[in-house]
Design a protein around this ligand. Sequence first.
Ligand SMILES: *Cc1c(COP(=O)(O)O)cnc(C)c1O
Length: 389
Amino acid sequence: MTYSKIINKIRELYNSNSDEFIPLHAPVFIGNEKKYLNNCIDSTFVSSVGKFVDEFELKVAEYTGAKRAVSCVNGTNALHLALLLSGVERNDEVITQALTFIATANAISYAGAIPVFLDVDKETMGLSPKATKIWLKENSEIKNGSCYNKNTGRRIKACVPMHTFGHPVLIEDLLEICTKYNIELVEDAAESLGSFYKRKHTGTYGKIGVLSFNGNKTITTGGGGMLLFNDLELAAKAKHLTTQAKVPHKWEFVHDEIGYNYRMPNINAAIGCAQMEKIDFILENKRQTANQYKAIFENFEEINFFNEPKNARSNYWLNVIVLTDKTERDKFLAFSNSNKVMTRPVWQLMHKLPMFSNCQTDDLLNSVWFEERIVNLPSSVNVKMDNNL
Ligand SMILES: *Cc1c(COP(=O)(O)O)cnc(C)c1O
């Protein structure tokens, strides 16, 4: 049977025997994590102040090419802040893709805004510039320099594309559309640390980009997020908002607006510093795994391995195969998971969830097509592949 052949190939790839569980994406700690953690504890600066926070922010800024990076407790609240900093207010509308993780839509809701769910492209699995253009043309008008929805009367303030499973969206086209319609572009790059579009890091095209360092992401801090900025003034504002909007003073508690406690603790940043030191190795190892999957699925005509889009270098965070239909997808999920090889379908489309069921959408043809067919394969760094560890 085809599926048992595939499972054997995956076990071979991960050098695992048949009763070993293969997770979808496990973190790896192969560098200075323990050393920096000890150093952090010895210093007693384990909380929101400390040298590792500054170091981690500098390392991420340098790696991504952002002018400044500001750390957060997690990616979801980094997204929330990014929307507030983009001027999103209560009852505004925010365009995003229906095929995304719930965090994108939740963050829009935290800002009091209402998501509009549009279709994705077949080549990227991310927000389709074509679909966005068509929807805006049919449903929006510009009044006093702002974009408004003709049907609801609400302002359309921001657009949040997501680089699905690390594959970059057509971000230049989206930027052009957003500029034309006066809509702020916020990139949900939570899954795409190490992914580049035309050699420029994802998350650095828009006004603000957001990364996540959750335990299942490309690198982890246990939990954590990061905001990427090209605008230093906006970055300073972000730091202020993550710190209860506290105005520096020698002893007084002065706060000049409603702020948040969204700072990343030093102890998490310590792990992040060690992880960033290994980023090139991690990405190279994941690319090798992707190449091995590609070779495996060349032998199965009815299953397509999802390749990085044109002009893009993907981090291959989670490897994707596309099966022929929902029945086959469900059969494959059942077979692999019952054989201790962890695989997952893509998320349910956002507009199908009860809290977002009244939201506007377009036809979502590609989103529905993907939802029925996508399976994520085990994609952890393969520690047995390489003896350079
Ligand atoms: C992981 C993720 C986030 C943020 O997640 P946190 O767990 O809060 O760090 C946001 N959007 C997407 C698409 C994600 O995959």
